[in-house]
Design a protein around this ligand. Structure first.
Ligand SMILES: C[S@@+](CC[C@H](N)C(=O)[O-])C[C@H]1O[C@@H](n2cnc3c(N)ncnc32)[C@H](O)[C@@H]1O
Length: 197
């Protein structure tokens, strides 16, 4: 169990426990009152639940069934009744839907075949050989799930090529920038914010 802003969140051995990147993201969220928000990868649900206190509605999608369960329980415990939690890969469970804001603290660590572990928790950090496997699949589908002038906020690390993400967003028509960053041990972790211009 962890506490944040007088709220309590249950954790689970196979669900990403809120860490420095989570708190950097939480400190730099830009949620507006009427936003219809999608969070990919809620883990314990902490970001979706905090976002739901400002936003109109939140949909949270995780590929890890334990994270789905954890997010549901934590949403109920914190009386966040405007969150819908769905299980699946990236945008699969929200086909055809468009959002004002999409959030994702991505699995951004370069991970070789010999570093893989057989556990649901792996989806939290395993970014494939270059750390970009999920980031690039997310960017491929992002634009089609945003309303006009929609926004994205995502977290990644200097280990998984931040300039490439910015370039891809700009090529799609976003104004994008690093809006927060923090140095941890061997990497820079950043929040990237983009708006369709
Ligand atoms: C770094 S954790 C972030 C968890 C939480 N948002 C936080 O900040 O504490 C990444 C989350 O994304 C989920 N995830 C990874 N790949 C995914 C995918 N393809 N589709 C949906 N969720 C995914 C993981 O299961 C994990 O819960």
């Amino acid at each position: 169990m962890i506490k944040y802003n007088e709220m309590e969140f249950q954790t689970h051995l196979e669900v990403y426990e809120p860490a420095e990147d989570t708190f950097l993201f939480l400190d730099n969220l830009n949620i507006k009152e009427n936003d219809y928000v999608l969070e990919i990868g809620p883990g314990t649900g902490i970001i979706s639940i905090i976002a739901s206190k400002t936003a109109e509605n939140v949909v949270a999608v995780d590929i890890n069934p334990h994270a789905v369960e954890c997010t549901r329980k934590n949403a109920e415990h914190n009386k966040a009744f405007n969150i819908g939690v769905r299980e699946g890969d990236l945008f699969d469970p929200v086909k055809g839907e468009k959002f004002d804001l999409i959030l994702f603290n991505t699995p951004y660590l370069p991970t070789g075949e010999d570093e893989k572990v057989d556990d649901q928790l792996e989806a939290a950090w395993d970014g494939g050989e270059e750390g970009r496997e999920t980031i690039d699949r997310f960017l491929d589908e992002l634009y089609d799930h945003l309303k006009p002038h929609g926004r994205v906020q995502m977290v990644q690390s200097s280990l998984s090529d931040i300039p490439k993400t910015l370039k891809r967003l700009e090529e799609m028509g976003f104004e994008a920038a690093v809006t927060a960053s923090e140095h941890y041990f061997f990497e820079e972790v950043v929040v990237i914010t983009g708006t369709i211009s």
